[in-house]
Design a protein around this ligand. Structure first.
Ligand SMILES: Nc1ncnc2c1ncn2[C@@H]1O[C@H](COP(=O)(O)OP(=O)(O)O)[C@@H](O)[C@H]1O
Ligand SMILES: [Mg+2]
Length: 366
């Protein structure tokens, strides 16, 4: 079985690491030759508009997937002439555009923050009047890791943000003073079976994910059921195949959907070591027509992203229960270059181990 992946970043790399164990072979397509997945398969490079290059890439593949939602829809469609592309292109199109995503939430009766679209400064001003301050402005497309978004506290902020984002379509959302952020990682097989990973509790700083932990403590059964039900509605709407993530805000006893990602997701990286079957393996099982593997938790787990210069390998390796994942990227300030999955036999033991990791991370970034 030869699997094509559009994008050769760390998610492609981790897909291939999981897939090699299943005997699968990989081919990647990326615009850059210096890509984290390149060591694990054949790499084709070219632009997302290059039909010939895309056809050469897709030729002879059994199935194609993508590792980030900003992969061009045109490229995915071009490839779909040669081999099946999963997850479905409709879900990709929705996940690329915050307005379409919000429209999907509304159609499926999934609550989310009130928002307005703005195409010019007058509309932005009106949006801030309708929603009040603080509010959040985001580019409609191409945003990730908090890029292309600002919290607006007053009209001056609105003017500065408009100057920074000029030319992009934007949406303005109510600022949600959430108690916490959670995510559901769900997977649907070709046969239509759906499995959910335990819900993860996530902490972001400046829009970038720092930690994801499972199990989420004190999340009521009714909210867990709601989160899973929202995910199920989206998976079924698109006759989805593969892994999907939904990020949600927990606020005042309710859940508001923030965004979806039609792919394996950073808040599911803990599953490589903390679950019976990782999100990467389950994504591959789904798109190759296999039965899904168990999503059960092995033990309490927390994932810490490594941003910028990492702590010394020797120090990381000495932390009990730490699994090290480095992506082969050169460090730059704020760049995700790897993650640590920390496991403990109890929540208490995990908390002790996390203190050691936190001290190291603080030391390396100071
Ligand atoms: N409406 C909002 N209210 C409060 N915080 C928000 C809001 N939207 C986003 N954030 C914060 O910014 C983070 C990144 O925003 P998100 O919409 O997930 O964009 P990205 O595509 O960059 O991940 C969120 O995880 C959350 O911490
Ligand atoms: Mg997000």
């Amino acid at each position: 079985m030869k699997i094509g992946v559009l994008g050769a970043g760390q998610l492609g790399r981790m897909l291939a690491l999981a897939g090699c164990r299943l005997g699968y072979r990989f081919r990647f397509f990326d615009t850059s030759s210096d890509a984290p997945a390149a060591q694990l398969g054949e790499l084709h490079t070219g632009s997302w508009q290059d039909v010939q290059a895309l056809r050469r890439f897709a030729d002879g593949l059994d199935v194609i997937t993508y590792e980030f939602e900003n992969v061009s829809l045109f490229a995915a469609k071009t490839c779909s002439d040669c081999a099946p592309v999963w997850p479905p292109l409709g879900a990709l199109e929705m996940g690329q555009d915050r307005v379409k995503e919000k429209a999907c939430f509304r159609k499926l009766d999934i609550p989310s923050a009130v928002f307005r679209e703005a195409h010019n400064f007058e509309e932005l001003k009106q949006a801030t009047l309708d929603l009040g301050f603080p509010c959040v402005i985001k580019t409609t497309t191409l945003g990730y890791d908090g890029k292309g978004q600002y919290v607006l506290r007053n009209q001056n902020d609105a003017e500065a943000a408009w100057r920074a984002l000029a030319g992009s379509g934007v949406i303005v959302e109510q600022f949600i003073a959430f108690e916490r952020e959670i995510s559901v990682i769900a997977v649907r097989s070709m046969a239509g079976d759906i499995a959910f990973y335990p819900i993860a509790q996530n902490e972001h700083q400046q829009g970038i994910l720092r930690t994801s932990r499972v199990p989420t403590v004190n999340l009521s059964e009714s909210l867990q059921a709601k989160a899973q039900d929202y995910a199920r509605r989206i998976l079924e709407e698109y006759r989805y195949v593969g892994v999907m993530a939904i990020e949600l805000f927990e606020t005042k006893g309710e859940l508001l959907a923030n965004e979806t990602a039609p792919r394996v997701h950073n808040t599911g990286h803990w599953s490589i070591d903390g679950a019976i079957t990782s999100q990467f393996e389950n994504h591959l099982r789904a798109i190759t027509g296999l039965a899904l593997g168990s999503t059960d938790l092995r033990c309490p787990t927390v994932m810490h992203n490594l941003l910028g210069e990492p702590p010394a390998m020797e120090a990381l390796a000495a932390i009990p229960g730490a699994a090290i994942h480095l992506y082969g990227k050169s460090p730059r300030p704020g760049r995700k270059i790897g993650h640590i999955n920390l496991l403990g036999s109890s929540v208490e033991e995990l908390a002790e181990r996390e203190k050691i990791l936190n001290a190291l991370v603080v030391k390396s970034s100071s």
